[in-house]
Design a binder for this molecule. Sequence first.
Ligand code: HEM
Ligand code: HEM
Length: 183
Amino acid sequence: MIIRDTNSGYGLVTRLTHWVMAVAVIGLFALGLWMVTLNYYSPWYVTAPDIHRSVGMLLLFLLALRFFWRLANPKPDDFELSPFERKASAVVHWGFYPLLLAIMLSGYLISTSGGRPIDVFGWFSVPALIENPGLETPAGKVHEMLSYLMIAVVVLHAAASLKHHFIDRSRILVRMWSGPPTN
Ligand code: HEM
Ligand code: HEM
């Protein structure tokens, strides 16, 4: 089992965190859109935002882990890509980090600017560091807009990976799923 990334492919940590994050982030987007339509009498009125905030905060730790893991590992070769594709994918891949960080921080501000900490599944709580109730509304707008932007980038990113797979017949998508060749 190859844990670290090599010049010829992605190790277990990158692949696992990539797909866990992809599923969780897309899930949070859908959950976010749904939960803001709930009314006070829905049994999910309290639970859905609790889950959204808890998963969101856990993802913040995962994002930090991924970022440092990327810096500490070699990047697999991308000679199958054209110079344009190489640049575009670097912008998208690195762009995900500040974009997701901004979504998470704005979500944190919506939840804590009233002074309440975030309880993460009852396991631990994240303190409210900036108490300023006026921030809730603008943070909510930013959170919503950046979430839509992020989903648009994800669609582009997924479409590019499918194009490499089905049209260019390259290993780009396969290597994010299965590890580097062991021989
Ligand atoms: C990648 C991570 C995240 C995504 C994709 C995401 C996405 C969304 C979306 C699409 C909405 C609905 C926005 C609307 O239509 O008004 C929403 C609402 C919300 N999110 Fe997130 N979110 C994420 C992380 C977080 C985090 C980390 C927190 C807090 C710790 C958080 C707290 C909230 C809150 C409190 C709302 C309700 C806002 C309102 O009442 O208008 N989110 N989120
Ligand atoms: C929220 C969702 C997603 C995020 C945040 C995300 C993020 C990323 C990042 C940061 C990388 C660079 C990996 C690295 O160098 O460490 C990457 C690579 C990759 N992603 Fe995603 N991704 C998402 C969803 C998807 C989806 C839905 C697909 C496919 C259907 C996909 C396919 C790939 C592939 C094939 C690579 C490898 C590209 C290469 O080797 O150059 N991703 N992704």
